[in-house]
Design a binder for this molecule. Sequence first.
Ligand code: ADP
Ligand code: ZN
Length: 511
Amino acid sequence: MNDPRHELQRIFGFPDFRGVQRQVVDRTLGHQRTLAVMPTGAGKSLTYQLPAAMLPGTCVVVSPLIALMHDQLRAAEAVGLAAATLTSVDENRAETMQRFRDGQLDLLYVAPERASNASFRDLLSAAPLALFAIDEAHCVSEWGHDFRPDYRLLRPLLDSFPDVPRLALTATADAHTRADILEQLGIPTEGMIVAGFDRPNIRYTIQPKDNLTRQIADVVRDTAGPGIVYVQTRAATEKMAAALAATGRPTRAYHAGLDPAIRAKNQRDFVASEDMVMCATVAFGMGIDKPDVRFVAHAGLPKSIEAYYQETGRAGRDGDPSVAHLFWGAEDFARARQRIAEMEPERHSGERQRLASLGALVETAGCRRAILLRHFGEDPPATCGNCDNCLSPPRSTDATEVARKYLSAVFRTGQMFGMGYIESVLTAKSSERSLMNGHEQLSVWGIVEGDDAALLKPVGRALLLRDALRTNEHGGLEFGPGARAILKGEADVALLEAPARPKRRRGSGSG
Ligand code: ADP
Ligand code: ZN
């Protein structure tokens, strides 16, 4: 077989492999099963496109979004690969199937629901197969943030072609999800290859909301170059774009509800621009190749750490310094909890963990990058020197002891009373109710004294935010999944003092 690096240069025109690409390609060419976990922009497509070009037969690519498939098809054709899609919207299906059977295709893109289809299995048996590539492989896991039941049907199909190598790819999988992907797709543990997730040129800053539009406008004024502002609703994209026009920068809005022609034009304008601010829902960004995005601002909580990483990862792909700002509010967490409560019960625990991880990220007094990288299974240094908390460490008070007492009081009183009552038990404020309940005899009665009493309200809020406590429908507090680690001494509770933000001088004439 030809040298892979030589083929990389010949077909793609790239001088060399990046990161773990070579490892993944070598395993695949060696007929081994592989899970490649590589962040967005790391060049996942190449790891199956190159073997597809080098091995005899066709690489069948399973991909969850038809819209994305057509982008990938165009990209593959652009480097001269013979590629086709086989989806319900394609009109030339008969012709594609013939080319596939005749061994004329390097790549065939299909949706996962094909897998359950007996005639598709027959088609695969009749065609020369090089490799199965399973894109967005986290969709196979219920632990992932984007579970697609159809992905579960892949395993029997793959297993009926045991000699065809399989390559699963994902950008976003925590440790739990990765293990699940290996299991679900029949890939051995040593077949997992994880690329480094650090994006050292991105500076992370996370702050509570406090006049959001002004905060975002400040980011826009402080950061030259193109940027993306993620907002949570379609209507808010247009409002934000209008508000930010006051900064003097060109702005556009992007969301799935826009007229397709306008949406496409806004996207083209942004890709071509050197100073535009795109106000968008998270629908924006997938499949957009703009290396010089200088900032990404989140006007509210993202869906998960994975989503945050992926969305902020659209900044600074060229490696130049870039910033990621996130503004969050307690109401974002309340809304997320509400959303989770409306999901099917079997998803609750996974989703709650996801939310608690986000809570830890926004609340930490420590390094943001360290939290992100640990989430992706890395073992980063404790400080990075390029996030808000590393650059100006916030003053914080250790409230772990008070938090433990708080949780004990909630537990001892039967997990049914609200914050005010818990505070009165802990500070020994006698009332008819506490007398009647017999709570004045409890070991937790009056165990918070002196200055610590002032910490009770913020501690209660912090416990809610971390999902260590939850409110039941009557307003009573009960334990959530975050309680255990705090009670067992595995997690600290630090209260941040309101960050002293530098006052902006505005209109003072001195610039
Ligand atoms: P991912 O799917 O991991 O997000 P892509 O496959 O879309 O990433 O690749 C991101 C960009 O990197 C593309 O523009 C691709 O052409 C480019 N790229 C991939 N591999 C290399 C390489 N070895 N050298 C230079 N550029 C590369
Ligand atoms: Zn840091």
